[in-house]
Design a protein. Structure first.
Length: 235
C-alpha cells in the first residue's frame, strides 16, 4: 500500500478519527469567529477614568465585549462583559473582507465534515474520491483561515476603534504590533483551527490512498480470482 497505506493499516479507526477532529476543528473555528476575544486590553488594574472614552475592552471579527457600566448595588463604575454585534465598527472594505474570508474557510471545513460523515455512514463503492475531495476542502479551509488571520494582524492599526483602544504612549500600535493590547484566546483558536485543517488534509490523503488501493484490490479480485488476506481493518 505504500507509506500511507501502511500507516492506515496500523490505524484501524482513521476515518472515525478524522471525523472527530474535523468536528472539533469546526467547533473551535466557529467559536473563534463569533467570539469578541481576539484583541483585548487589561482594564482590571487601571484607573477607570482613563478608559471613559472606550466602549469595550475586547474585540473580535464580528463582535466586541465589555462595557463600562455603573453597578447599582455599590454604585461603582466598572467593566462588565457583554456581547455586541455592531458591524458598523468595521467600516472598511478590508475589515469586512476578513470576516468573509474567515467564514469561507469555516464553510470549507463544514463541507469536509459532511464528506467524512458520508464516507462513514453511507456504503459507497469507491470512497477514495470523497476522501480526496476532503483533502482539497481542508487545504482551502486552511488557506482562508491563514489569510484572514494575517490580514487581521496587518490591518488592525487602520481601524479607528482599535487604534484608539490599543494606542499607548509606551507602545506603538501598528501592523503586527499590539501596542497596549494583547492577543486573546480566540485568535489562538483560529490559528489552531488552521493547523488542524492542514493535519486533516494529510490524514485524509492517507485515508484516500488506502481506500483507492482497496478498491483496486477488489477490482483485481473480481476480475482474476480471489485475493486472500486483503487488509481493510483500517476502514
Amino acid at each position: 500500500m505504500g507509506c500511507c497505506g501502511g500507516c492506515c493499516r496500523y490505524f484501524p479507526c482513521l476515518r472515525f478519527t478524522i471525523g472527530i477532529l474535523t468536528f472539533l476543528a469546526f467547533l473551535m473555528g466557529s467559536l473563534s469567529l463569533i467570539s469578541p476575544a481576539w484583541l483585548e486590553r487589561d482594564v482590571k488594574t487601571t484607573d477607570d477614568s482613563f478608559y471613559q472614552d472606550y466602549n469595550t475592552y475586547s474585540y473580535g471579527l464580528i463582535s466586541s465585549g465589555g462595557e463600562l457600566k455603573v453597578d447599582g448595588s455599590d454604585n461603582v463604575t466598572k467593566y462588565t462583559w457583554s456581547f455586541n454585534t455592531e458591524w458598523d465598527q468595521w467600516d472598511k472594505l478590508e475589515e469586512k473582507a476578513i470576516m468573509i474570508i474567515f467564514a469561507s474557510g469555516m464553510l470549507f471545513i463544514l463541507v469536509s465534515l459532511w464528506n467524512i460523515a458520508v464516507t462513514e455512514c453511507v456504503a459507497i463503492k469507491n470512497q477514495g474520491t470523497l476522501l480526496i475531495m476532503m483533502v482539497i476542502w481542508n487545504i482551502l479551509g486552511a488557506l482562508c483561515l491563514t489569510a484572514a488571520i494575517i490580514m487581521f494582524c496587518a490591518t488592525w492599526h487602520k481601524n479607528t476603534t482599535l487604534n484608539d483602544f490599543c494606542s499607548d504612549s509606551s507602545a506603538e500600535f501598528k501592523a503586527f504590533s499590539l501596542g497596549a493590547c494583547q492577543l486573546s484566546w480566540a485568535i489562538y483558536g483560529a490559528v489552531a483551527t488552521a493547523c488542524a485543517a492542514i493535519l486533516l488534509a494529510v490524514l485524509s490523503g492517507c485515508a484516500s490512498k488506502g481506500a483507492l488501493n482497496d478498491h483496486q484490490y477488489a477490482v483485481k479480485r473480481n476480475g482474476t480470482g480471489s485475493r486472500e488476506n486483503i487488509n481493510t481493518t483500517w476502514m
